[in-house]
Design a protein around this ligand. Structure first.
Ligand SMILES: *Cc1c(COP(=O)(O)O)cnc(C)c1O
Length: 408
């Protein structure tokens, strides 16, 4: 739905160009936003989508911390103390005590020397590339990496190769070939810790082994693992029993399980110094608002302390998978809150999403190019903010959908 202000009929020369380009998008690929309201902060998964009340299974707020009372209070208190905006970039006057303390706490949380806060995860990944990669380097990426990691590799000017999804052997063959051909430059391996559209965990121990063997450097984007996997939510690297020796660069986001906004990179003192010197998306942008940094400090503590949130999430995941397996639904091998059902065609995914919405269940249809051709899907995400009854409603709605499809 468009929210164009009526009456302002633009007559610029650009208009006909844009209209004809927009007309080229096929209806099943056209992206639209929906206005989502959550009228009751105590029940953040109960949303209203264009007038229709439903339960949301789309958010990445896996622990329910976006609506946590103490997180909200910290945000408000910091706004009253420091104002809302940071007013400048970190290197001018935007770097304050909340950023400083958050970085120290993130470094402690990830078991690394230092951490550096970025304004978004997308920018953190681009910043890593601009600070570390040079044109004589080689970059190897998992085929299903998040778009921001792919863009980071593409923009860096380094030679980019993509290996078969979650296949450490395929990576190893590529690293071997590259090491025969060239002697100059570094090799970098980039992977999601948990794949954002599939929910599976990268084979980090095998990837680490391959990179160490060929003198390459492993970079892990743990946007969906931090807060959820590992001891006290320390993420997929911790869960794989690895540390900063085999994974020298860790990127994490704050807008998912931590429920706030922003991102960080953690690693050695020299890594952070290098980013401060050369990461353009760090240098040339306004620092994160101090209230967001203050809120994140609280959510980081709550995420570690409130183990019951992870337990509840695990219970929901187990319940969903058990029921889905019994009914023969097209599950992917995911042990995380991301539980996609791959339907194949874009129309099937869109139709299923629309039918679920009728039943008061909000699940988004994910289509190419976000996922590979022919693998359009429902991307269901579970959260500690869901009640057991919410999961049952989801399962009932999915069963009804399946019965309808059988009849069709
Ligand atoms: C969400 C996400 C990002 C981007 O983080 P933002 O803070 O939303 O920009 C990067 N990588 C992965 C794997 C993600 O899921």
């Amino acid at each position: 739905m468009s929210n164009a202000v009526t009456g302002d009929k633009s007559r610029s020369l650009l208009e006909p160009v844009l209209r004809s380009r927009l007309a080229e998008f096929s209806p099943s690929r056209y992206r639209r936003r929906r206005r989502i309201e959550a009228p009751d902060i105590a029940h953040p998964v109960q949303v209203v989508v264009e007038g229709r009340p439903c339960i949301s299974f789309c958010s990445n707020d896996y622990l329910g911390l976006a609506s946590h009372r103490e997180v909200i209070d910290a945000c408000c208190a910091a706004a009253h103390r420091y104002g809302v905006g940071s007013g400048a970039s970190h290197l001018i006057t935007g770097h304050g005590p909340e950023h400083e303390d958050l970085e120290i706490e993130l470094a402690r949380f990830t078991g690394r020397e230092r951490a550096l806060v970025f304004s978004t995860g997308y920018m953190a990944n681009l910043g890593i590339a601009s600070a570390l990669f040079s044109p004589e380097d080689r970059v190897f990426e998992d085929r299903l990496n998040h778009a921001s990691l792919i863009d980071a590799g593409l923009n860096s000017g380094a030679r980019l190769g993509r290996y078969t999804h979650a296949d450490a052997k395929a990576l190893e063959r590529r690293l071997a070939r590259a090491s025969e051909r060239t002697a100059t430059g570094c090799s970098w391996v980039l992977t999601d810790g948990v794949f954002s559209m599939d929910g599976d965990v990268a084979p980090l121990a095998d990837l680490a082994h391959a990179t160490l063997r060929y003198g390459a450097h492993l970079i892990v984007d743990d946007a969906h693992g931090l807060g959820v996997l590992g001891t006290h939510g320390r993420g997929s690297i911790d869960a794989a029993g690895l540390d900063s020796t085999s994974v020298p660069v860790l990127m994490g986001t704050l807008g998912k399980a931590f429920g706030t906004f922003g991102a960080f990179v953690a690693g050695s003192n020299s890594l952070i110094e290098m980013l401060i010197q050369k990461a353009r998306t760090y240098i040339y942008t306004t620092a994160l608002p101090p209230p967001i940094a203050a809120a994140t400090r609280v959510s980081l503590r709550v995420a570690q302390d409130e183990e019951w949130r992870r337990e509840r999430l695990r219970r929901h995941i187990a319940r969903f998978r058990e029921h889905a397996a019994l009914n023969g639904w097209p599950l992917l091998p995911s042990a995380t809150p991301i539980q996609p059902l791959v339907l194949g065609s874009e129309d099937a995914a869109l139709r299923a999403s629309a039918e679920l919405l009728e039943a008061g269940i909000l699940v988004s249809a994910i289509r190419p190019p976000t996922v590979p051709e022919g693998s359009a899907r429902l991307r269901i995400t579970l959260s500690a903010a869901h009640e057991d009854g919410d999961i049952e409603r989801l399962l009932t709605a999915l069963a009804r959908l399946q019965a309808l499809q059988r009849r069709a």
